[in-house]
Design a protein around this ligand. Structure first.
Ligand code: BGC
Length: 721
């Protein structure tokens, strides 16, 4: 990369709130054959050449494990060049210098860095001559009109400000972390127009986009210099219909814009928001909702999966799950896009991964993130709980850091690409070697920090744990949860190792010991739903049918309600339907009361909620703290709809051969799933008839179709039953 010869430059050696703009003017007096701009920064940037935005990547260079990996983008800029050129690049704080929220209890040391830029423009002329313009002291810099910006902060812009340029200063900052761009670009994906605009009972002016989304607002106005437009974001209104965003916690999430004279168009350039509602706090004369729209941002991904049913509430749920993936796949897989987190929580990432691979082609999205996971893994094998990692934060526990085995395996299963396993194999081995070094019991994983079955509903009323964090974790045994995931991670290492031709005999012995220890320790203590579900799902019982029957009885006896949290929920319906209790699985899916998937739909949700009762039946909130309305974890139920309700599963990796074994339910008139696999389209649809069901199945490869207990081995084609 030419950029390695360039210097890091800044406006001054000290950090400042304003986003600096860097400028270089140059002439091209000959015909140009090719021109490439390489650029990156310690924040997020926007490059403009002769007044035109360079490329479509929003919030470049994205978020990576910056100290080790900082992506460099290369843009073909030949068509933007003229005889006299002006290249301007503005650098906002982004993730690099503004990520540690106060609740993490740690400061990000990079926040004290100045905003720095490094770039190289390589021009090849028609006559063969070449020229490279590198960032150096020939560049100028000024404070731009963006007076402050940050991912959680939002953006402050003063268009009356006139940048005063002076020579840029050279910074002595390492360049060894620079790597070429790996992941897909974050881009503007769609436009959403206001659905309504109204006054709340409190008198606030609110604009409703009708959809909770991730992105920003764009507006076009005519105003006088100095007039202000201030917009605050929210996901929901409170029970009185007033604007509410206390659930954003310390994330300010506002746009404050000071107008220049005349007609103007603006959209934030260095931040994003998770919102459905905008409160118009200040506005120029004549401003109306017609002046504004919302622009949806997410990483470039091709849609591969579609679910549709006869039930409008189920369809809304499917749509909410899709929107939660769009809203949280913005360069990295985040827990939520609005409050002061938006972190790459490993647990949430692995929980939703299967559903994600069905809805979109996420191969290159995950390849980049897994590379960051490898880079963030400590020498002793410990995998941080959020990736990219935060400075001095906690190690991840069971089900969170196990993302290091689960995600590569899932990608292999959905896409059949062995490179996910070969790339990650050393990291997986290091991870399972780390667990015994911290566990308090041999062949189990106990006595360590973990989130347990986070947010489960099964703790008794009078349960009063020592910390607030503990109170959010339900009643499943931490040791059981961690040990079950430990067994699973070792099992994945064995299966991956076999495929890669490794000697896994040692791991086989290790696995046997873990299973033996697990059974001895936990078999007679499988109390909660999650304890049973994990034991079934990871094959850690000698009597699976009896355990599944006990799980089904337990669910029915508490009113056919789930009590599972983040960890147990993704497997709950799968284990019920696998062992002959599909009807109960369906009852859980179709339940409209709390706790259940359709409860939030009945409350008007347009994305998946973090809590089953984020908004309670009386309209009050679960809490101000930790209450996101765009958290995809429970949306992982979509992989049960694809894999069990419509019955599409891989028999061979990548669906080179598929099993299609639908499990319909008479409470739903029809359901269909379409999945574009790497081998072609699979479709499984059923509809209720007077005396049974009608099935339409399409497969691009050999498949086994199972209908009413009968198996049909078929080749590529369309089938009707
Ligand atoms: C996040 C979660 C995450 C969790 C760890 C939360 O604040 O939003 O989804 O997995 O912390 O338990």
């Amino acid at each position: 990369m030419k950029i390695s010869s360039a210097s890091w430059i800044a406006l001054s050696e000290r950090s400042s709130a304003a986003a600096p703009v860097f400028r270089r003017r140059f002439a091209c007096q000959k015909a140009v054959k090719a021109a490439t701009l390489e650029v990156t920064c310690d924040g997020v940037y926007e490059a403009v050449l002769n007044g035109e935005r360079v490329g479509r990547f929003i919030l470049a260079p994205g978020w990576t494990e910056y100290r080790k990996r900082l992506q460099v983008q290369s843009y073909d800029v030949k068509n933007l060049l003229k005889e006299d050129n002006n290249l301007e690049i503005t650098v906002g704080s982004g993730w690099y210098r503004r990520t540690n929220a106060p609740w993490t209890g740690t400061r990000n040391p990079d926040e004290f860095l100045p905003a720095m830029l490094i770039a190289a423009l390589h021009i090849v002329y028609a006559d063969g001559a070449e020229e490279t313009i590198l960032t150096d002291e020939s560049w100028e810099a000024a404070e731009s009109e963006v007076t402050q910006s940050g991912i959680f902060y939002g953006e402050d812009v003063d268009m009356t400000r006139i940048p005063v340029f002076r020579p840029a200063v050279i910074c002595d900052y390492p360049k060894d972390a620079l790597i070429p761009q790996e992941g897909p670009e974050v881009r503007e994906q769609e436009t959403v127009f206001p659905r309504s605009s109204f006054r709340t009972p409190r008198g606030e002016w609110v604009i409703d986009f009708g959809q909770n989304l991730t992105g920003y607002m764009a507006f076009e106005i005519t105003a006088h210099a100095g007039e202000r437009l201030c917009l605050s974001t929210a996901e929901v209104l409170d029970r009185n219909g007033n604007f509410y965003n206390a659930n954003y916690r310390s994330a300010r999430s506002q746009l404050k814009y000071v107008c220049r004279e005349g007609q103007q168009f603006y959209k934030p350039r260095f931040t994003f928001f998770g919102f459905r509602f905008l409160r118009v706090d200040e506005f120029p004369q004549g401003f109306s909702a017609k002046n504004i729209r919302a622009i949806v941002l997410h990483s470039e991904m091709t849609r591969t999966g579609w679910l549709h049913s006869s039930d409008h509430m189920l369809n809304r749920l499917f749509s909410n799950i899709l929107w939660s993936q769009k809203g949280n796949y913005l360069d990295i897989p985040t827990d939520c896009p609005q409050r002061d987190e938006r972190y790459g929580w490993t647990g949430d990432g692995q929980i939703f991964c299967r559903t994600a691979t069905y809805q979109y082609d996420v191969r290159s999205f995950f390849r980049k993130w897994l590379n960051d996971m490898r880079a963030a893994q400590h020498d002793n094998g410990w995998v941080p709980e959020v990736i990219p990692s935060l400075t001095a934060y906690k190690p991840g526990g069971g089900a969170w850091s196990d993302a290091v085995t689960i995600i590569p395996w899932q990608l292999f299963e959905t896409y059949g690409d062995l490179s996910f396993l070969s790339d990650m194999y050393p990291a997986m081995e290091k991870w399972i070697a780390y667990i015994p070094t911290v566990s308090t019991e041999k062949d189990l994983w106990t006595g360590c920090w973990t989130y347990g079955d986070w947010l489960a509903l099964d703790a008794p009323e009078d349960y009063r744990p020592a910390t607030i964090e503990l109170s959010k974790r339900g009643y499943s045994s931490d040791g059981l949860v961690c040990s079950a995931f430990y067994a699973n991670s070792v099992d994945i290492v064995i299966r991956a190792g076999e495929l890669l031709g490794k000697d896994v005999s040692g791991y086989r012995e290790m696995y046997k010991r873990i299973v033996r220890a697990y059974k001895a320790r936990f078999s007679d203590r499988l109390n909660t739903q999650t304890e049973k579900v994990l034991t079934l799902h990871f094959g850690l019982t000698d009597t699976p049918q009896a355990l599944a029957d006990a799980l089904a009885d337990q669910i029915v006896s508490c009113g056919t309600k789930l009590q599972t949290g983040l960890v147990g929920t993704p497997y709950l319906l799968h284990e019920l339907s696998r062992y002959g209790h599909a009807e109960i699985a369906w009852s859980l899916l179709l339940r409209r009361e709390y706790p259940g998937w359709l409860y939030s739909v009945s409350k008007g949700a347009t994305t998946v909620w973090e809590h089953w009762d984020g908004i309670k039946p009386d309209g009050s909130f679960w809490d101000d703290d930790m209450n996101s309305y765009n958290h995809y974890a429970y949306g992982s139920v979509a992989d049960w709809v694809f894999g069990a309700a419509c019955g599409i599963r891989p028999l061979k990796p990548g669906f080179a051969q598929a099993l299609i074994a639908p499990q319909p339910d008479r409470r739903v008139a029809s359901l269909s799933a379409v999945l574009d696999t790497v081998h072609g389209r699979i479709r499984s649809a059923w509809s209720r008839t007077d005396d049974g069901f009608r099935y339409e199945i399409e497969t691009p490869t050999d498949a086994k179709i199972v209908i009413d207990g009968r198996t049909y081995a078929v080749g590529k084609g369309k089938y009707l039953f």
